[in-house]
Design a protein around this ligand. Structure first.
Ligand code: PLP
Length: 334
């Protein structure tokens, strides 16, 4: 990520911890300022923390996005104020892959002397990322998003930025994160980073080509679909597709039977389904959000994999749109 020295990095247990550590630390130095600016499409590790901070007396302002997932820049500029304690936002969205212009945003934020935290968990290794060019104070990453081990992350803290440890105890990580380091996982994160840098161009070119072919085939073979966030800048590996009139959860179950792992942004809580807050923020209604499915592609995804997957997706959508499928009586819908 281009850090000037290893003293700017602390290792954590995951991206969520990196996000919490940065946000809590920045707020501990914010004096009487009580406003936090974030966006309406953050990962739950920021969204739910901000909701909790709202209950602790902070005023949280979520900046909206348009129907393509682009941040409302006018609303953002207007929100920056002398009371702003922190700006925290993602670099790329985990559901749609849409990319925020964090360099441009960081310039505005830093001009006003406001701390800036960027959640680069999805972006790292998929788009160019160098803290030398990014006016950020804190930046979070997580190893498993770039083929490293699960359960290890890192937080970049720009040299000179004050930092208060999230975990109190021993003096590990130069007193900035107490607790015995998870050495094996940290080595894994390091190796995954090295490989990601080495293979950056070839890997991402391949992944984008595969993703684009997949989308083209789906568009040619299945009527009434749309690609959520498809016209805004996007990560090369993500495709979030709305299959109009199809129950997304039923589709996931059917695909799973064929060994195709996809996901929806919806969360099932106590039997009821919460549609994706990201897609709702982009203006989709509940049914449209619930008929959307996210596909992700990696270095090992081949052309024949996507051809096989598309054939199964076509069959599945035809079945779920046909009279044969009765949601109320179907196991898939439960
Ligand atoms: N931020 C984003 C954008 C993510 O997509 C994720 C995980 O999916 C996280 C944060 C949390 O990372 P972790 O699962 O390592 O805690």
């Amino acid at each position: 990520m281009g850090a000037a020295s290893e003293t700017e990095i602390i290792f954590t247990s995951c991206g969520s911890e990196s996000n919490s550590a940065a946000i809590r630390s920045a707020l501990s130095f914010s004096g009487s300022k009580r406003e936090i600016i974030t966006t309406s499409i953050e990962h739950s590790s920021i969204r739910k923390l901000c909701q909790a901070l709202g209950k602790e007396g902070y005023f949280v302002r979520e900046i909206g996005v348009d129907s393509n997932g682009r941040l409302n820049m006018a609303e953002f500029k207007e929100a920056l104020s002398p009371q702003t304690a922190l700006v925290t936002m993602m670099m790329a969205n985990n559901e749609t892959g849409n990319i925020f212009p964090v360099e441009e945003i960081g310039l505005m934020v830093k001009q006003k002397g406001i701390p800036f935290h960027v959640d680069a968990v999805q972006a790292a290794a998929k788009i160019a990322l160098n803290v030398k060019n990014l006016p950020v104070d804190f930046l979070s990453i997580s190893a498993h998003k770039f083929n490293g081990p699960k359960g290890v992350g890192a937080l970049y803290i720009r040299s000179g930025v004050p930092f208060k440890s999230f975990i109190i105890g021993g003096g590990q990580e130069r007193g900035r994160r107490a607790g015995t380091e998870n050495v094996a996982s940290i080595v894994g994160l390091g190796m995954a980073s090295e490989l990601a840098v080495q293979n950056f161009e070839t890997q991402n070119r391949h992944v984008e080509l595969i993703r684009n072919k997949f989308e083209k085939m789906i568009q040619e073979k299945i009527p009434n679909i749309s690609i959520n966030g498809g016209t805004a800048p996007r990560l090369p590996n993500t495709s979030n597709i709305q299959f109009h009139g199809v129950d997304g959860e039923a589709m996931l179950l059917k695909l799973d039977q064929h060994w195709i792992c996809a996901s929806s942004g919806s969360a099932c809580t106590s039997g009821s389904r919460e549609p994706s807050h990201v897609l709702l923020a982009m203006g989709l209604d509940q049914d449209q959000a619930n008929s959307s499915v996210r596909f992700s592609f990696g270095a090992v995804t081949s052309e024949s994999d996507i051809a096989d997957a598309v054939a199964i997706i076509v069959q599945t959508v035809e079945y779920l749109r046909s009279g044969e499928y009765h949601p109320k009586h179907s196991k898939e819908a439960s």
